[in-house]
Design a protein around this ligand. Structure first.
Ligand SMILES: [Zn+2]
Length: 415
């Protein structure tokens, strides 16, 4: 225990108090607006759908609170409670190589954390999603996904972790620049491989059949000067009733993906407008801007870690005895604790994300019909049971997309 312990506890308490307060406000606001559809949606969304969205929002908020308390307990147990200290002390008694002992202890802690997440995730899927009619998954599918994700995490994560720890141990004080290069190269490789190698492990991707919709979409791509490796329909409905569209990949490996249930529920012109919005993110350089800002943030973070790694108070302040002071414990502590401090920057990044959404909407309004994007969005809000009346402070803090009414007013001004 030292001054850093106090600072950590204060940051943890303040950030979680803010989270609870915002969730409380959001729940209250949604409840107060439950009995009337907002004016802008009066003739488009029935009251029953609006009330379903309110109930769904409350159910997710309640689970979120339990999840948050669980998260605090685990973080405190691993740090001040001595969990990390114990795991590393134990690993070094069974594994002689310090590098592999560090890899094993880190992997074990991540494994325990994902096991603890399972009950919440089961409740989310088979109680909440089920109750509101969104769940299409079975226990078998859920178990299969979990095993696949864990295996994939091990196959991809362990070698990269070992490589970074090796670099930390062997290249001297500039290790953090090398580690940054490795992480950046690796995430670019993953983005490139994702659409063709990783995503097909979980879902089936079928090329969009020839026909009016495909012609319409190819017309849009040609108008926007966008090259892609194909337009695909994904069997999202095998897990969930929520619909979506996105494009993935880098360079010449880009793919456009529509969830099958989205294609079912939207008209061709609405799908075109939704895709135009997604292309807007690309054409307005949002993808590249996000990549650059992630790269800068990672470099700053690793630079901070490069300094912390030599400070004894960083370890002892977070429940790790100096006998367990190592690059591996520093890296793990940093990964677990940094979000407690970066939490306070969340409204800034949410603000920029919403700014990008407005720009992508403007792009869509230029290259497709704004009125069709509006009608498509209204259907999506209704079908996904997204609330139309979020608390303003809650949405300012958390929302990556502008609240429905504001977004549609912005699009209306463009149509
Ligand atoms: Zn968007």
């Amino acid at each position: 225990m030292n001054d850093f312990t106090t600072l950590f506890i204060i940051a943890l308490l303040v950030s979680n108090a803010i989270q609870f307060y915002l969730a409380y406000r959001h729940g209250k606001f949604v409840d107060q607006h439950k009995n009337a559809v907002p004016d802008a949606f009066k003739d488009k969304v029935p009251l029953t759908a609006h009330q379903k969205a309110a109930d769904y929002t409350q159910a997710k908020l309640s689970l979120g609170k339990i999840d948050e308390i669980l998260g605090i307990a685990i973080l405190l147990g691993l740090t001040l409670g001595g969990g990390i200290n114990w795991a590393f002390a134990y690993a070094t008694t069974v594994i002689t190589s310090p590098l592999w002992a560090g890899v094993a202890a880190t992997a074990a802690i991540f494994l325990v954390m994902s096991l603890v997440d399972i009950p919440t995730s089961l409740y989310q899927t088979f109680v909440i999603e089920e109750k509101f009619g969104f769940n299409k998954s079975s226990i078998g599918q859920f178990a299969k996904d979990l095993v696949m994700q864990t295996l994939l995490g091990g196959i991809i994560g362990l070698p990269i972790l070992a490589l970074i720890l090796w670099v930390m141990d062997n290249v001297g004080s500039t290790w953090w620049i090398w580690a940054w290069g490795i992480i950046m190269g690796f995430s670019l490789l993953m983005s490139w491989l994702y659409p063709t190698v990783i995503a097909p492990l979980f879902n089936k991707f079928t090329p969009m059949p020839e026909g009016a919709l495909k012609d319409r979409i190819q017309g849009l791509l040609a108008r926007c000067g966008f090259n892609s490796q194909g337009i695909f329909i994904m069997d999202g409905s095998k897990r969930s009733g929520h619909g979506n569209a996105y494009f993935t990949g880098l360079g010449n490996n880009k793919r456009i993906v529509f969830f099958d249930n989205l294609v079912e529920s939207l008209e061709d012109e609405e799908l075109e407008a939704v895709l135009a919005h997604e292309l807007g993110h690309f054409k307005c350089k949002h993808v590249i801007k996000m990549l650059i800002s992630t790269a800068i943030m990672s470099l700053i973070s690793l630079g901070i870690l490069g300094w912390l790694i030599d400070q004894d108070w960083f370890y002892t302040g977070l429940g790790v005895a100096l006998e367990q002071k190592s690059h591996a414990t520093a890296l793990l502590l940093f990964m677990l604790v940094s979000s407690t401090f970066t939490f306070f920057m969340q409204p800034i990044s949410a603000y920029f994300q919403r700014k990008f959404e407005f720009e992508a909407d403007s792009f869509a309004a230029e290259h497709a019909q704004a009125s069709k994007l509006i009608s498509g969005l209204v259907k999506l809000y209704e079908e996904n049971a997204n609330t139309l009346t979020p608390d303003p402070l809650y949405s300012a803090f958390h929302y990556s997309h502008p609240p429905a009414a504001i977004r549609i007013a912005h699009l209306n001004a463009k149509s």
